[in-house]
Design a protein around this ligand. Structure first.
Ligand code: NDP
Length: 346
């Protein structure tokens, strides 16, 4: 049996989720990774964190909103690629122009890397796109418990409604980015397999302590904000959603590379269960170093949250992946304990 490593191209290698994907790929001993980053600084800091692992290298893709952003990298490396994971996409609500800052990079980025894969990666076996629950869910029905959704559901929001606010815009950007991939796979008659990974809110520790900064990536910031709250902080109901741990998300990107045909054409609806701000605060208050120092809200008010929200059926995903997802307690605690450790509070 050949022990030669297979090569994965991973876009957005500096991202919160992407770093965990790199870690799992390298730890498996089965893969080499070529990660795309926007700057030399990001490449250097990742190389350092991964101990200058010889199986990890970088290319520069400065702005995925450029139609040919991936061409140069794929011209150079395409023929040696076995797998592509497209994870780069703007995930922030701190923007000025919804179309320019969120929708265009998501859509053009997906199209650019997919077309480059078809054109230059002649030996490619599998293309995995990091999509989102946002591409599946009807945001306006998130708290409608008569609304059922599964791996076949699509966010119905039209473009003009998406321009109402950055949250709508982000959700639309993920829908259009994923749709672009499926459409191009058909139109270009792609010879490789395709999978979409559709996570809900992703929590969990940063891959490296050095990434624990004052403000964290958009999803982990929900936990970070309450870990730095005071007993007077109000626990509002602004966030009601679903959680999943980043290590489970990384694994969902790696599994399709290990058993390609099984995952071909699938959307993996990565949902661990429902939560709201109160549930996060309840978990944080079980950590002795935080108890009495942070927001309290109305403890256990959200214990019944599953029954107040749209019903997510992701049994098909769970059956395909066949591993247990981490629970809310574990993912929130691990997120907070890393923050406390870095801040010298443990
Ligand atoms: P991060 O913000 O940590 O990562 C986003 C990555 O995309 C970074 O590497 C960033 O580069 C890169 N990127 C963004 N815009 C551009 C651009 N215009 N040109 C080049 N690169 C760009 O977020 P996550 O790790 O959380 O998200 C990764 C993926 O997962 C995204 O596709 C996101 O939509 C998806 N997702 C995330 C969820 C979550 O809860 N975290 C839930 C569902 C889906 P740089 O570091 O230089 O900014």
């Amino acid at each position: 049996m050949s022990t030669e490593k297979q090569t994965v191209f991973l876009s957005g290698a500096s991202g919160f989720i992407a770093q965990h994907i790199i870690k799992q790929l390298l730890d498996s001993g089965k893969f080499k990774v070529i990660g795309s980053v926007r700057s030399e600084d990001k490449a250097n800091s990742l190389a350092k964190n991964f101990n200058k692992n010889p199986n990890l290298s970088f290319v520069y893709v400065k702005d995925i909103a450029e139609e040919t952003a991936f061409d140069e990298a794929f011209k150079e490396h395409g023929s040696k690629l076995d797998f592509v994971i497209h994870s780069a996409s703007p995930f922030t609500f701190d923007i000025t122009d919804i179309n320019k800052d969120l929708i265009i990079p998501a859509k053009v980025g997906s199209a650019g890397i997919f077309k480059a894969s078809v054109k230059y990666a002649s030996n490619l076996k599998h293309f995995v796109v990091t999509s989102s629950y946002a591409a599946i869910n009807d945001l306006l029905r998130e708290t409608d418990n008569t609304y059922h959704l599964n791996e076949n559901t699509w966010n119905p929001m039209p473009f003009d409604e998406a321009l109402a606010n950055p949250i709508f815009g982000y959700c639309y950007s993920k829908k259009v980015a994923e749709q672009t991939v499926w459409k191009l796979a058909e139109e270009l008659n792609a010879k490789f397999n395709v999978t979409a990974v559709n996570p809900v809110f992703v929590f969990g520790p940063q891959c490296f302590d050095s990434s624990v900064t004052k403000v964290l990536n958009t999803s982990c910031e929900i936990v970070n904000k309450f870990a730095h709250s005071t007993p007077e902080t109000e626990v509002d109901e602004s966030i009601k959603g679903s959680y999943i741990d980043v290590r489970d998300i990384a694994r969902a990107h790696v599994e399709p590379l290990l058993d390609s045909d099984k995952f071909n054409g699938k959307r993996l609806l990565m949902d661990g269960g429902r939560f709201g701000n109160q549930a996060i605060v309840d978990v944080l208050n079980t950590i002795p170093q935080l108890k009495g120092k942070i927001a309290v809200g109305t403890p256990h008010k959200e214990d019944d949250i599953e029954n107040q929200m749209a019903v997510i059926d992701n049994n098909a995903t769970k059956k395909l992946l066949n591993f247990e997802f981490m629970n809310l307690e574990q993912t929130v605690k691990d997120t907070a304990l890393q923050i406390l450790k870095v801040e010298g509070k443990l």
